[in-house]
Design a protein around this ligand. Sequence first.
Ligand SMILES: [Fe+2]
Length: 581
Amino acid sequence: MKTILGLNAVFHDSSAALLVDSRLRVLAEEERPSRVRHAKRAGVDNTPVLPYLAIDEALREAGLDFSRVDLVAYSFDPAARLAALGRAPAEADIPEGDYGTPEGERRFHDFILLTGALLKARYGREVPVRFVPHHDCHMAAAYHSCPWDETALLCVDGIGEDDTCTWGRWRGGALEKLGRLEYPHSLGFLWERVTQWAGLTPNLEEGSTMAMAAYGDPARFRAALRRVLEPLPDGTFRVDPALARFRAPDVRGFEELLGPRRLPQETLLWQGADRRHADAAAALQELTEEVLRGLARRVRQDAGLPRLALAGGVTLNCLGNSAVARDGAFDEVWAFPAAKDCGTAFGAACLAAGAEARREEWLHAYRGPAPAAGLVGKALAEARLEAPSQGGEALIAQGAELLEQGKVLAWFEGAAETGPRALCHRSLLADPRQAAMRDRLNLEVKHRQLFRPYGPVVREEDADEYFDIPAGLRRACRFMLAAVPVKARMKSRVAAVVHGDGTTRPQLVSKSSHPRLHALLGEFGRRTGVPVLVNTSFNDREPIVDSPAHALATYQRTRIDALVLEDRLLVKKPSPVQAGR
Ligand SMILES: [Fe+2]
C-alpha cells in the first residue's frame, strides 16, 4: 500500500490530502479545526506554518499514522519561484523583505525547503518531500475529480510560483500545459485590490464584492478598470503594473481610477443614489466575465477538446463560470468545489502518484474528515444537553415541520464538505418562500451585509421547475458553483434565494448523494408545495463548524432555532417574548 500526503501550506487555505493506493481517502482543511478563516494569512514569515491539525485529522480519518506516509507532495515549487525573480517589471513601494524583493523571496524559498525538517521534528520521521508546481496541482485536482478521461483545463487564481493563469489539457494520461500568463497579469489580485479599495478585507470578503455587483451599474467604472486590466484579442489580458501595484500595501492606483478608498468607519455604498462600491464591483464582475469568456475561447482553440475543467480560486465566481458555459466554446464545464488553494493538496498528491492516480468523478464534495466515534455523545454531555437518537423518518418529519414554521435548522452530518461552500453536511436550512427569511438570516444569524444572497438546495428532479440550468452547467450545480436564473413564475415562491440580478446558485442533491436531505426536501415540498430550502454555511463569521462541539456551541450562541446533530434533534424553547407573538 502506498500512501502519499499532499500538502498545501504555501500561502493560505492550508490543507492535507491523503492518497492511499492511488485514491483520495480524505482532504482536510486546516481552517476547520483551527477555527482561523483560511487557516493563515499569506505572508513570507507564515510560510513554515504547516497544517498539522489537518494532517492529524486526515491520518485519523484514514486510520493511519505518520509512519505509513511514503511521500509528501507539496503544492508549490520553490525553485521555479526563485528562478522567476526579476522577470516581472520592477514595482515600487513593496515593503522591505516581502514577496517580490530579493531578500523576501530568498527567505520564502528557504522556509519552504524546511518542510521536511518540520515534519520530522513533529512526527519523528523523515519522509521525502516532492515540490509540485502550484497551477499543475490546481489543474490535476480538477481533472482527477471530473467526469472525463480527457479534458481541457483552465486555472485562474492570484498567483502560483509566478503563473497567474494557466491552461492546457489532460490527454493520454498526462497533463499538457499549453499556455500561461505570469505576474503581474493577475485576475485574482485584481479582485483582492478592488475588495480592499471598497474597505473590505482582501482574501476574505471577495464574496461580498461579488454579491454587491448585482446592485451596481458597471458603466460608471467600466473604462477605469480596463485601464488596469485590459482584455486582449488573443483571449488573454494585460495588467498595468504602475496602476495595479499589487504588492504595495495601499491602493493608490485604484484611488486614482475609482476615487478615494472606503475607510472602515464609512458606509458601504451599494444602495441609494450613490452606489460607488457596488458600481465598482459590477464593473469588476463584468470585466471578469469578459476575461473568462476570452480565456475559455483561447483554451478551446489551443486544447481542441469539447469539455473544460476549471480550477483556481477565481473559478469560485459563479457568474463567471456561468458566463463561460453560456458562451458556448465548450459543451460542458466542470467546476471543482475545492478550487481555491485547499484543493491543491489533492492535486499535488495525484501528480506525485503519476500514472497510478485514479480519476474518479465527484458526485458530492463530502471528502473531509467525519467526527470520531463518540464525539456527538461527548459534546452533548459537556454541553449538558440531552437529545435521544431517533429514526430517520421521525427526524425528517420533525425537521420539515420546524422549517415550515419558519425556524432556522442547522444540519450536521458525517464527513465535512471540502471547499468553501456548505453543501448540507454543515449547513443552515430555512424556508425560502418569504424574502424576509434572507434578511433574518443576514441580520440575526449570520451577521452579514443585507445584500448578501442565499442559495437554495433542491432535489435534482425538481431543479428545472424552478431554475433555468443549462445542460453544460448541471454538474457545477452539485457544488453551488454556477449562478443560474430563477424562472420568472417561480421567483415569488422562493423569494429568499433570488439575488438582486434575478439569479441564484443552487445545490442539486440526488437520493444517492445525500439521502436524508433528499427526503427532507421531499417532506418539506409535500407540506408546502415548494421542495426547495435555503442553504447556507453553518457558521457565524467563523469557518464552517467542524466538530459536534463546534456545532453545539454555535447553535447555543446564535439565534439558530434547531439542530440536527447526526441522528439527534435539538430544538430551542421559544423565549417568552417570541412565544407571545
Ligand atoms: Fe492558487
